[in-house]
Design a protein around this ligand. Structure first.
Ligand code: XMP
Length: 481
């Protein structure tokens, strides 16, 4: 029985943006800056999905350097997720405040393992009072004859090292690194206690103009996901301690009392950490999450490339309609919307932003890049990377394995997956993929006569397509899909 008229839902492929008179003279003059949440700004409106085949620290670092933001997934231990956040935070800072150190009694093998684990090329060697004794590099340990010898035997000792006081300026650090041709400049106080580290790579990068998004201390921005069950409050605490820039409360069906309660709890404990909540697909869902305290709302029920929610459950809202309605609602509160899922090509990003979203989250598009954590697969000589829905059977099993190793086969047969395990074509460096997407967006904005995302929203006129219009638009010779 219906108590309302059946509404119609549209998605990205159902529409095009009508071209308008443009005063944009070059694509470069288009401003893509936006709000990810209340209080967190981006230079490009792209967000990488919190999925285990999409975002860990490498993706988050690469995307933040390009002006977007990555959301570390939560399908790992609390300690590891917090460490992923720290890896992003340490990657670009001018001063690494707590550099990795190793004690003088450690062996070469231990130093090698620690460097691999932390993904760094050198360690400061210290005594039990954190006094600097030397520095050991990957090169020192790689070619050591005896892996059981002590690091002190292969390190460069303190007397031969160049160090600086904790107050050193970027300019002076750059001069010392350049003149003395060193890779790492440890900072020590008057009593030779380690207080920090400056690396040549970071100094070089900071000297170049950059489109990166950074916090007040010059470190890259990063978000991290939490759920609503079990130890999620403890997880959030550790992520906040690791100085995450935004928490993302990520639940498949976000319009629920459990999510509303969790938003209130999280905002009560962490009033200063921006909180994204979702996923929803209706105006009412958006309003309820905002009323509970959400600083941004993530929109998308079932549009994702690896999602089977709509076919398994029968529920969902076509993504363009969901973004239009949720954005309209959220805009009256000044809260940004993140359009999550269903982007297959750059034009979809333009449409999502024109429909009112402030940023766009993508999974499958980013999963094919070098920076994603998914493994490689080769089929018929073509390279792919693994991509899986977080509600797929494999992801469900991995999640249970995080808690305990012995899983009852009966328990596995009870799982009803709402996602699939798939693969996406390998697409090379993230920078190249982002270049294509941002190029398409800039052009799309120029077609709409918009110099900013606010103008795009204001100027956008969608036109609906017939089936013939859809095939005229997307079925091209040599097209990807
Ligand atoms: P794209 O289309 O960019 O979508 O690959 C990424 C988004 O898909 C959502 N997601 C899922 N949805 N079942 C679902 O119904 C799943 O197993 C699943 N895994 C991810 C999620 O919102 C993500 O950002």
């Amino acid at each position: 029985m219906f108590d309302n008229e059946l509404r119609e839902g549209l998605t990205y492929d159902d529409v095009l943006l009508e071209p308008r008179k443009s005063e944009v003279e070059s694509r470069g003059e288009v401003d893509l800056s936006t709000n990810f949440t209340k209080g967190v700004s981006l230079r490009i409106p792209l967000v990488s999905a919190n999925m285990d085949t999409v975002t860990e620290h490498s993706m988050a670092i690469a995307l933040a350097r390009l002006g977007g933001i990555g959301i570390i997934h939560r399908f790992m231990s609390i300690e590891r997720e917090a460490e992923e956040v720290r890896k992003v935070k340490r990657s670009e800072a001018f001063v690494i405040e707590q550099p990795y150190t190793i004690h003088a009694g450690a062996t070469v093998a231990e130093a090698k393992e620690f460097m691999n684990e932390k993904d760094v090329s050198g360690l400061l060697v210290v005594d039990s009072h954190k006094k600097l004794l030397g520095i050991v590099s990957l090169r020192d340990v790689r070619f050591a004859d005896d892996e059981q010898s002590k690091v002190t035997e292969v390190m460069t000792s303190r007397e031969k090292m160049v160090v600086a006081p904790p107050s050193v300026s970027l300019e002076n650090a750059r001069t010392m690194i350049r003149d003395r041709r060193i890779e790492k400049l440890p900072l020590v106080d008057d009593s030779n206690t380690v207080c920090g580290l400056i690396t040549a790579r970071d100094v070089d990068r900071l000297s170049k103009p950059s489109g990166a998004v950074k916090d007040a201390k010059g470190r890259l921005l990063v978000g991290a996901a939490v759920g609503v069950r079990g130890d999620f409050l403890e997880r959030a605490r550790e992520l906040v301690k690791a100085e995450v820039d935004a928490l993302v409360l990520d639940v498949a069906h976000g319009h629920s009392t459990a999510v509303i309660k969790s938003i209130q709890l999280l905002k009560h404990e962490h009033p200063d950490t921006p909180l994204v909540a979702g996923n929803v697909a209706t105006a009412q869902g958006t309003r309820d999450l905002i009323s509970a305290g959400a600083d941004a709302v993530k929109v998308g029920i079932g549009p994702g490339a690896a999602c089977t929610t709509r076919s398994v459950t029968g529920a969902g809202v076509p993504q363009l309609t969901a973004v239009l309605e949720c954005s309209l609602e959220a805009s009256s509160y000044g809260i940004p919307v993140i359009a999550d899922g269903g982007v297959k090509n750059p034009g979809d990003v333009t449409k999502a932003l024109a429909a009112g979203a402030s940023s766009v989250m993508m999974g499958s598009v980013f999963a094919g890049t070098d920076e994603s954590p998914g493994y490689f697969i080769t089929r018929d000589g073509i390279k792919y990377k693994a991509y899986r829905g977080m509600a797929s059977l494999g992801a469900n099993v991995s999640r249970r394995q995080l808690d305990r190793m012995d899983i009852d086969p009966e328990e596995i047969s009870q799982i009803v997956p709402e996602g699939v395990e798939a693969r996406v074509p390998y697409s090379g460096r993230l920078e190249e993929v982002v270049r294509q997407y941002i190029g398409g967006l800039r052009s799309g904005m120029s077609y709409c006569g918009a110099k900013s995302l606010a103008e795009l929203r204001k100027n956008a006129v969608f036109i609906r397509l017939t089936p013939a219009g859809v095939s005229e638009s997307y079925q091209k010779l040599g097209a990807r899909s």
